[in-house]
Ligand binder design. Sequence first.
Ligand code: LCS
Length: 401
Amino acid sequence: MTSQKNLGKATQAIHAGEARASSTQKTGMPLLPPIYQNSTFRFATAAECAEAFRDEESGYVYTRWGNPTQEVLEQKLAVLEAGEAALATASGMGAVSTALLTALAEGGHVVAMENLYSATFQILNEELPRFGIETTFVDATDPTQIAHAIRSDTKVLYLESPTNPLLKLVDLQAAAEIAKAHGVISMIDNTFATPCGQQPITFGIDVVVHSMTKYMSGSGAVIAGAIIGQKEFVVRAKEGALRNFGAVISPLNAWLTLHGLTTLPLRFARHSENATRVAAFLEGHPAMAWVRHPSLPSHPQHELAKRQMDAFGGMITLELKGGRAAGEHLVDHLQLCSLAVSLGDVRTLICHPASTTHSHVPAEIRRQTGITDGLVRISIGLEDAEDIIADLGQALEACTP
Ligand code: LCS
């Protein structure tokens, strides 16, 4: 594994972690890691079985505890995110909740980015307060706001960058330094950037979580998540919150994600290239009030994006001059792009966050954090950029008075 750290991203995506699966075969090793689609494992003797329960490194006992297909995926994830170890989970929210449950105890305090995926916001704003855990939400685009919000009982700094859906960025190095100085665990949801857009651990962030439902698996076929970090944290999460609360990935979804990851570097480069072209087209269109993509010089944090991101990603947020009605009109007239939540798919997906992905965030908080009723979010797919532009162009023409 050590030598794999020096390989390029595309090579890592294909080869990292795969040796172990093949080593179960004596000759004629399978080129693709096999899928171990089973819930339990058989032992020859009671002593062997007891040993596997005592020392997990010595064998597999039950898929909620560990499974070879999951482990191949986890080894690939650790290499891709430059972490010591990784855990695959049943969903992105399985990763977020398992990571938070591992890091927090009764009565702790969290400092979090104010603009987050809505279910994460709900965990922090509604679920954790039931256990006496309080969260202070800040505009983490300004690192001084993070520093000011940290208290003596703060245990976790929770971030997204770029955020869902506003594509706000956090200075990862500055945030990690503040957290370290206060003995706080820094966590980031890296779903929008993927390790091909940025590797937060290389900036000093402690824990990375993912919804692998999105770019990581890439096909729109699975719900899956991941946690990557130091071995001590990952083992604690695996043997505690993951195993006991049970957000374990199925072998089939682990296997599908594993194969999705092999093309992530290629796909993410193309998503980013397509989105850069579509964003430039949209920004020049007279129907737009504003368009946001990290590649655009008009993005308030374009310089930070250039500094800390290796690719700008495939997500675009915009608002039309005609507000919500115009946005709905646009969505209704698309022929190639699909009206659907989720993101990171090979297909271009478009949605209206205020009535869908972020509808559970109270309207007042949506307004305060900039999720306006006219906001439209596009996940640019892998179609030819000209075809995406042509579809958006014809729909915009249809909705321009
Ligand atoms: N983190 C981010 C940044 C997300 O965008 C999502 C889902 C999750 C975590 C949760 O992942 P899941 O449990 O669904 O795998 N985001 C969605 C979205 O924007 N539209 O539909 C789902």
